[in-house]
Design a protein. Structure first.
Length: 91
């Protein structure tokens, strides 16, 4: 089913959340471990994953570093389209 352009922000947030949760599972890391690494409580991690657009930049950097998230994950969260990311990576 095609995505609705008006819900782009919602889809970006869902995609980021999914990517983070998948990476956590692949690495065998729990959300509480992530919370400890970032110096926040477990509930804050839940809020961050529900509303990734509100993650502070320093926390986002630590999250990306710890989970070794691919650049595409962060770029999609920032609003770049997949086709634009491919153009840059293929060049």
């Amino acid at each position: 089913m095609p995505r609705i352009r008006q819900k782009a922000d919602v889809y970006r947030n869902e995609d980021f959340r999914r990517d983070v949760l998948v990476q956590l599972a692949q690495m065998g890391i729990h959300q509480r471990d992530l919370a400890e690494h970032l110096g926040v409580c477990d509930a804050t991690i839940s809020v961050m994953l529900r509303q990734p657009e509100k993650i502070q930049v320093d926390r986002l950097r630590k999250l990306i570093s710890l989970l070794k998230l691919p650049p595409e994950t962060a770029l999609r969260l920032l609003g770049y389209q997949t086709k634009d990311i491919r153009e840059v990576t293929d060049a």
